[in-house]
Design a binder for this molecule. Structure first.
Ligand code: ADP
Ligand code: ASP
Ligand code: MG
Length: 453
């Protein structure tokens, strides 16, 4: 049998969509309703990754048992509702046993490699369980270990995929399987050249789906989550937020970059490169429709959406030697690059420069970017001031830097708030500013009311 992969869809289901037996069945309904879906990418069941991350930080015995029990309960609640749990019980027990051993090792010495090995078990278990849910519904399905094809760097916690190797491995090992039957695999995890397990960073399953879509030349990436699409802002913060039915890659990528959690920030990179449309919908209510992200949209609006990124750190670097001199910024950037940090926002004055650090796609290991090593190096160059607990609000739109009156419309309504830093002009798609963390949601609500309601 041949199957044109060009008409094949990869469907990704997030943690809440595989949280329990009922959620898995709703997701199974979605898979079975579309014959074009041949590849399914899953997250761990909701809560499991957080528990595994806590274990990887090294807990004392009592706390460890509490977390292990919680993980076991989430997976057993699903297992025990299968008609025939015995088929995979041994396999799930083996993985739970591994987790116990690795958590014990982490309590003696932690490492980023150990963390990735540990957290990968969430996706391994959810995919095994989902395969059985589908089999019990009469479907022919194969479980596939994505680490066979998802080759990454060895930057544990936030590994970068090797696009060329991934394409080659996916064509060899995964493509022939899609022709045979439906394939269920893991999001988020991968393996480095020596075969050790890596992860793509928190929320990385969206990215996996898009990467596999690209590697296999699939026709669409479906992201099934707990909201029926991409909204003008997080509907949990602003219940009056409106769904965006169609949005361009560039706009959605800006939203994801600046904090709209519904898509992992890197998700749209492969989609843009390969022009694969991405659909976002709700697994519990597929009939509610969703958002289509694609190349272009007709009449894109001036103001499209608001995104919010919490826990931002602002570094202000003061140096009198910056006055009428050259090369200061180059030195600062060299230090940051050496520490693997990319700068996010930046503003400068005569003798100082303020920057925020890009925490996009946070690491699975929960590492802070602001290490003592970095601060020591910067301090040898200039006076460093650190402000924490700020939030970044981004207004996403089109041709923003060409329009008149944007500043008044945005900041006019924000009079009661302290705006700590503003970035505008580098991109025609965004206007970003920092506000105190505690006021961020109020700022978003007020701005949304004014610009979108
Ligand atoms: P999953 O586990 O399925 O990957 P996530 O929790 O990562 O789901 O992402 C879905 C969540 O993203 C929603 O519940 C919503 O609160 C949040 N979100 C943030 N910004 C937006 C937005 N602009 N539109 C829709 N959802 C958003
Ligand atoms: N399970 C991982 C996380 O919680 C990856 C994902 O859900 O996309 O971050
Ligand atoms: Mg997510």
């Amino acid at each position: 049998m041949t199957h044109a992969l060009s008409q094949t869809v990869v469907a990704k289901f997030g943690g809440t969509s595989v949280a329990d037996f009922d959620a898995m069945n709703h997701s199974a309904d979605v898979v079975l309703a579309n014959k074009q879906v041949r590849l399914v990418v899953l997250s761990a069941s909701a809560g499991v990754t957080n528990l595994l991350v806590a274990l990887s930080e090294g807990l004392e015995a009592t706390e460890r048992f509490v977390k292990l029990d919680a993980i076991r309960k989430i997976q057993y609640d699903i297992l025990e509702r299968l008609a025939n749990p015995l088929v995979i019980r041994e396999e799930i027990d083996r993985l739970l046993e591994n987790i116990t051993t690795l958590a014990e090792a982490a309590s003696l010495a932690t490492s980023n490699a150990l963390t990735d090995e540990l957290v990968s078990h969430g996706e391994l278990m959810s995919t095994l369980l989902f395969v059985e849910v589908l089999r019990e519904r009469g479907e022919e399905v194969q479980w596939f270990d994505v680490r066979k094809v998802m080759r990454t760097s060895d930057r544990f916690g936030k590994a970068e995929p090797d696009i060329a190797v991934l394409a080659e491995l996916a064509q060899t090992h995964l493509q022939p399987r899609l022709v045979e039957s439906l394939v269920i695999t893991q999001g988020f995890i991968g393996s480095e050249p020596k075969g050790r397990t890596t992860t793509l960073g928190r929320g990385g399953s969206d990215y996996t789906a898009a990467l596999l879509g690209e590697a296999l030349h699939l026709s669409q990436v479906d992201i099934w989550t707990d909201v029926p699409g991409i909204y003008t802002t997080d509907p949990r913060v602003v219940p009056a937020a409106k769904r965006i039915d169609k949005i361009a890659f560039e706009e959605a990528a800006e939203m994801a970059t600046f904090g709209a959690k519904v898509l992992h920030p890197a998700t749209l990179l492969p989609a843009v490169r390969s022009e694969i449309p991405v659909f976002v919908g709700c697994s519990k209510d597929p009939a509610a429709g969703g958002t289509m992200v694609c190349g272009t949209t007709e009449n894109p609006p001036l103001f499209r959406a608001l995104a919010l990124r919490r826990r931002q750190t602002l570094l202000t670097l003061h140096s009198l030697s910056m006055l009428h001199s050259r090369g200061f910024l180059a030195e600062v950037f060299t230090i940051l690059a050496r520490h693997n940090i990319s700068v996010d926002l930046i503003t400068t004055s005569e003798v100082s420069v303020a920057i925020t650090l890009d925490t996009t796609g946070s690491t699975s290991t929960g590492d802070s970017l602001l290490t003592t090593g970095l601060l020591t190096e910067l301090s040898s160059l200039c006076r460093v001031e650190v402000e924490e607990n700020l939030a970044l609000v981004a207004l996403i739109g089109n041709e923003l830097s060409k329009a008149c009156g944007v500043g008044k419309e945005v900041f006019g309504v924000l009079e009661p708030f302290n705006i700590r830093m503003i970035c505008y002009g580098a991109s025609s798609h965004n206007l970003c500013f920092l506000v105190p963390g505690g006021e961020a949601e109020d700022v978003v609500r007020k701005l949304h009311r004014n610009l979108f309601e």
